[in-house]
Design a protein around this ligand. Structure first.
Ligand SMILES: O=P(O)(O)OC[C@H]1O[C@H](O)[C@H](O)[C@@H](O)[C@@H]1O
Length: 281
């Protein structure tokens, strides 16, 4: 791949079709994988990492990478009609094409083109500086309207998932996938006390308060009226081969989404952008 890379950026071929883009601006470091087009790590110098990566993650074409920010597209969760199709769509298991890497001061801008699906085209844009911006652009190049769903499935690293508090989603309606019902989140900040898996219908910013690491991360979104909150807890984590048994204590997933009832219908020729910003609060 002949591409001029700016200072602080380099490509590392791991074999098995896996190529990583490593970025280091002097004030933060980040790694992106062309497999899945996904961010694997992000760390401003002197801070704890912002993203969790499972030490047992598989980096192998055709598999999803457990950690960072997997990109679920063009469907979130199981395929609506095809049981044999992979969970969370095709994008996270396939190779993306690197289109541009630019540097502006301490900020890197990266653009990747993903696999087409039934006439839907997908592009990802990242800005990595003292914060993370991710934009997932979907365009319907077909001649018919199409429905799709998506999520930017951030595994946010925390000191201890049993002690975190999530603010901003108080009282929101959610589709609770553990209890298999619709309900409302509590009127107070959300704490996790067991397996948690819900599509929460809200456009509000989420503030992740981590008392252990004394850090507050803000997750803000546009083009997204749903956010998925997930932690597998002990029993489910033990069933996930690519996650250590205690790995669930080290992250919470807060996913900017177009999921469930927030799936989107795109007219022929129309586009949609799902955007997420992670920043210190
Ligand atoms: O194991 P994966 O296919 O990566 O999915 C991991 C998790 O992703 C989302 O957060 C879903 O809401 C969960 O139901 C699912 O278990």
């Amino acid at each position: 791949m002949a591409m001029n890379l700016p200072a602080g950026a380099r490509l590392i071929a791991l074999g098995n079709d896996v190529t990583l883009l490593q970025l280091d601006s002097g004030s933060c470091s980040a790694t992106l994988s062309l497999l899945g087009g996904q961010l694997l790590s992000f760390q401003p110098y002197g801070q704890q990492p912002w993203l969790y990566m499972s030490p047992q993650a598989l980096l192998q074409a055709g598999k999803a990478i457990r950690g960072g920010v997997p990109v679920c597209w063009p469907w979130f969760g199981p395929h609506p009609t095809d049981d044999g199709a992979p969970a969370h769509g095709l994008a996270r298991q396939q190779l993306w094409t690197l289109q541009a890497v630019l540097r502006e001061g301490d900020a890197f801008h990266v653009k990747l083109q993903g696999p087409d699906w039934q006439g839907l085209a997908v592009v990802l844009e990242y800005t990595l500086s003292d914060h993370i911006d991710i934009s997932l652009h979907t365009r319907n190049d077909s001649t018919q309207e199409q429905t799709f769903s998506a999520a930017l499935h951030s595994y946010l690293a925390v000191g201890d998932s049993r002690r975190i508090r999530l603010h901003g989603l108080e009282g929101a309606v959610c589709e609770d996938k553990v209890g298999r019902r619709y309900s409302r989140l509590p009127a107070q900040a959300l704490t996790l006390q067991g397996e948690f898996d819900a599509i929460v219908y809200s456009e509000a910013d989420v503030l992740l308060e981590d008392p252990q690491w004394q850090r507050r991360l803000r997750i803000s979104r546009s083009g997204s009226a749903s956010v998925v909150v997930w932690n597998p807890w002990q029993d489910k984590a033990a069933r996930l081969a690519d996650l250590p048994d205690t790995g669930w204590q080290d992250f919470v997933c807060i996913e900017a989404a177009n999921a469930g009832e927030d799936s989107r219908l795109l007219a022929a020729g129309a586009s949609h952008s799902l955007c997420c910003r992670l920043s210190l609060a």
